[in-house]
Design a protein around this ligand. Structure first.
Ligand code: BEZ
Length: 211
């Protein structure tokens, strides 16, 4: 069965462009974004890795470590990194796992044989500091992912872990949030003393609490 939300992200040892790692030790107390791409020296992947490198300050601000993976060997990752820096203007500043033996991609279900029995699909996992999987997405090889959306989900997860709120459609930092249904109005008064806007009894909007 595939990995599901709330599962512990499986631990593994792997060779990466930043040396050998034991995944859980490498994560430490950070959040993690583990993502696979189909192949080195391919155009869409080149843009994804360059953009992820550009976002490093945003990941750092949120206490998140990114790590990429493909079934290519270490030498290919290293050679391709130069192209990524040249064409995308950002040097890859996070480890890339060399999963030539497919150990990690098999563990995480990143190979979907009916899409390709050779390459990994575009899988992405957000992992919290307790090593729990909090988001999974899978994109086809032909469609680059939206890493701004990945950051937006991390913002939502970090906020909703701390406060009894949920984030509405297309929510972004600073916008109103929703009081979770399990909080009764009497308790909501204590948590949100300035009040809320109830569009329906179950749809109560409050300004975003400080994270
Ligand atoms: C790419 O990253 O550009 C790509 C990889 C595999 C198939 C199609 C596109």
């Amino acid at each position: 069965m595939s990995l599901q939300l709330g599962d512990i992200a499986p631990d593994f040892e792997a060779e990466t462009t930043q040396g050998k790692i034991k995944f859980h030790d490498w994560l430490g107390n950070s959040w993690g974004v583990l993502f696979s791409h189909p192949k080195d020296y391919t155009p869409v992947c080149t843009t994804e890795l360059g953009y992820t490198a550009k976002l490093k300050p945003e990941f750092d601000k949120r206490g998140v470590k990114a790590i990429g993976l493909s079934v290519d060997a270490l030498g290919a990752h290293e050679g391709w990194s130069k192209d990524i820096e040249e064409t995308q203007g950002h040097a890859v500043n996070f480890p890339m796992i060399a999963d030539a033996d497919r150990k990690v991609s098999t563990l995480y279900g990143m190979i979907h044989p009916n899409a390709s029995d050779t390459f990994t699909v575009r899988s992405l996992f957000i992992i919290d500091p307790n090593k729990k999987i909090r988001l999974t997405i899978t994109y086809p090889a032909s469609t680059g992912r939206n890493f701004d959306e990945v950051l937006r989900v991390i913002d939502s997860l970090q906020l909703t872990d701390k406060h009894k709120v949920a984030t509405p459609v297309n929510w972004k930092q600073g916008e109103d949030v929703i009081i979770v249904p399990s909080v009764k109005d009497e308790d909501a008064q204590k948590l949100f003393p300035k009040g809320w806007k109830a569009l329906k009894p179950y749809l109560r909007l409050v300004p975003q609490p400080k994270n």
